[in-house]
Structures are given as structure tokens and as C-alpha cells.
Design a protein around this ligand. Structure first.
Ligand SMILES: Cc1cc2nc3c(=O)[nH]c(=O)nc-3n(C[C@H](O)[C@H](O)[C@H](O)COP(=O)(O)OP(=O)(O)OC[C@H]3O[C@@H](n4cnc5c(N)ncnc54)[C@H](O)[C@@H]3O)c2cc1C
Length: 295
């Protein structure tokens, strides 16, 4: 039985703020699909909310107790194939990015995933949120996505263009019906001509460390408004280093909110509101969350 009740889920969000959920389902293998579909049918009858999460590195739990179900995607099978000299990665959605990134470079000598060295989170999270690092956006290498329709129990394959990729988003990001089962990546993606492409893994790790602040965060909190960056705007309104409760706008990078022990989801929302208000008043620009706020 994989359905649990009254589960502490604080560890499933990168902010690590306290949270519990009424129902929790850990999806580890495909043979659990039928059970999941049955459980979700009951949850829908009760008109309770359904949310899928993976590593939670892009999610804020904005509640003390979630009234519905959190489905944790933990299917972790992955393998590589080669056809006509092209390397393909086939990975289930709960596979962590880092080990497969490392294997594609070290074992197969293919540098396509190099910019993703140090990208936290899973394959499913990157595919749904169209993660982007340095010069590589997920949509550039997704060949096809296997999805489970949790209403009918059917599994289907979506082609890249059916994912309707946009900046940090896809057709699957703001819905609760389809979940990503697995993805096939085509790693032949042609490298753009830039000096980073010759970097080693260690150099890439060091580059990421210089650009991203330490501590517990969900990466960039806001998406970048067109033509500028959210971090620059928040910095220019003087909020770098500002704290609310246990949450701080990083003194190193103003679009990173860093959590310390005792931080609450209310602290995150208050800090975000402060940044949004100041930026709106000063620049007449509206900031929008990249982090998914789950309520
Ligand atoms: C220190 C740090 C650095 C970061 N740097 C970057 C960066 O350089 N570039 C970048 O793009 N992001 C970055 N991020 C954000 C985050 O790591 C990525 O967005 C990551 O891809 C999210 O993966 P996840 O498994 O944690 O997804 P989660 O946070 O668990 O979920 C994110 C979204 O995807 C949905 N989802 C997840 N899995 C599935 C599934 N199988 N089926 C359906 N829906 C699903 C969730 O419902 C949610 O809407 C960073 C985060 C941190 C903490």
C-alpha cells in the first residue's frame, strides 16, 4: 500500500518549510499506475486538490496542512542507447539529473548536457518546467515524453511540439491530470559556439557556484521580465539581503530567496510581495513567480 495519511512533507520542498498533507502517494514503479488512478478518482469525487511533485526544488508549499493529495514521483529507471551515432537518454521522471548528466559526459563523451552540471531536481521537473541552464533549454533536446492520463489510466507519447514549450513552462506545468512517466532526450543537440562548451565538469561546477548563492533555495524565485532580469530589478530597489522572519533575499543574488531554520511559507510570500510591490512602484514592471506556489 503506497497511500499514506497525515504525512509530514517538509523535506519535499527545497525551502524545507514545515508542511503536512492529508494524503500522500509515492509512485515508484509502473505497476502502481492502476492503484494511483483508483485513488485519484476518489480524491476527485471528494473535490480535493491533486499535486504532483518530484524533488521539490521549484515548489513552495504555501499551507500548513494540504487538504488533498501530494503524489511524489519516484520512478528512477534510466538507460542510454545509440543509433546512427546519436546518443539517446531514456529516463523515468523521478531520475535525478546529476547522475545521468555525469554519465553522458564521462561514459559516452557527449558534452550536450554539460550546462546542466549541478542542476538540482529530476527529469520530470526539468521536462515540465522547461529548465534552462547557461545555453541549454530542455525543449531543445526533448524527443518525446511518455505521460500517464490519471483519469483514464492510459499512457500516451507526446512529441516535442505537443509539449507547447514556453519560457520555464510547458502544457503539463499547471494541470493535475497528466503526469510525466518518462522522457527520451536526443543528445545530438548541436553546441552553440561559445567558450563554455570546452569546460570540464569541475569547471562547470565552479562556474555554477560563483553564479548561485549557497543555502536552501528554490533557484530563481521570479521569471525574468522581457529585456531585463528579476534579480537586477530587486537589487536596484535596494532589497538585496532583506529578511522577513527566517527567509532572506540573498545578498549574492537578489532573485534567490534563502531559507534558514524556522522559516515559514508565510515569510516567503511576504518577502515576495515586498519585492513585487517595490519593483512595481519603481519600474511599473510586474514580477511573476517561476517557483510553483502550491496552495
Ligand atoms: C540551487 C538551485 C539552483 C537551480 N538552478 C536552476 C537552473 O539553473 N535552471 C533552471 O531552470 N532551474 C533551476 N532550479 C530550479 C529547479 O531545480 C528546476 O526547475 C528543476 O528542473 C525542478 O525539478 P524538480 O524535480 O525539483 O521539480 P519539482 O519542484 O518537484 O516540480 C516542479 C514542477 O514540475 C511538476 N512536476 C514535476 N515532476 C512531474 C511529473 N513527473 N509529472 C508532472 N508534473 C511534474 C510539479 O507539479 C511542479 O509544477 C534551481 C533550483 C535550485 C534549488
Amino acid at each position: 500500500m503506497v497511500l499514506e495519511r497525515n504525512k509530514d512533507i517538509s523535506r519535499f520542498s527545497a525551502f524545507k518549510t514545515p508542511a503536512t498533507t492529508e494524503y500522500f502517494f509515492e509512485l515508484s514503479v509502473r505497476t502502481e499506475f492502476d492503484e494511483l488512478v483508483t485513488v485519484l478518482a476518489k480524491i476527485r469525487e471528494l473535490k480535493l486538490p491533486i499535486v504532483y511533485i518530484a524533488s521539490g526544488t521549484n515548489c513552495l508549499f504555501a499551507f500548513d496542512h494540504f487538504p488533498g493529495i501530494i503524489v511524489h514521483i519516484a520512478m528512477r529507471d534510466a538507460y542510454f542507447t545509440q543509433e546512427n551515432k546519436i546518443l539517446y537518454l531514456h529516463a523515468e521522471s523521478g531520475v535525478l539529473m546529476w547522475p545521468v548528466v555525469s554519465e553522458s559526459i564521462k561514459t559516452y563523451g557527449v558534452p550536450t548536457l554539460l550546462p546542466w552540471v549541478g542542476l538540482p531536481g529530476t527529469v520530470g521537473g526539468a521536462v515540465v518546467g522547461n529548465a534552462w541552464c547557461f545555453w541549454l533549454e530542455t525543449s531543445a533536446i526533448v524527443q518525446s515524453v511518455e505521460v500517464l492520463d490519471t483519469v483514464t489510466g492510459e499512457v500516451a507519447i507526446l512529441k516535442n511540439n505537443e509539449m507547447k514549450y514556453e519560457y520555464r513552462s510547458s502544457i503539463l506545468k499547471w494541470q493535475d491530470r497528466h503526469l510525466v512517466v518518462a522522457t527520451t532526450f536526443n543528445l545530438q543537440y548541436l553546441q552553440v559556439d561559445n567558450p563554455f562548451t570546452k569546460m570540464t565538469i569541475a569547471e562547470m561546477q565552479a562556474t555554477r557556484r560563483t553564479k548561485q548563492p549557497p543555502g536552501l533555495s528554490c533557484g530563481s524565485y521570479f521569471t525574468n521580465p522581457s529585456g531585463t532580469s528579476a534579480g537586477k530589478l530587486i537589487d536596484q530597489v535596494g532589497l538585496k539581503g532583506t529578511s522577513v522572519g527566517g527567509m532572506q533575499i540573498s545578498p549574492h543574488h537578489a532573485n534567490f530567496f534563502v531559507s534558514s531554520p524556522g522559516a515559514t511559507w508565510q515569510d516567503v510570500l511576504k518577502l515576495a510581495e515586498l519585492a513585487k510591490t517595490k519593483v512595481r512602484e519603481t519600474f511599473q514592471i510586474e514580477l511573476h513567480e517561476e517557483v510553483r506556489i502550491i496552495k
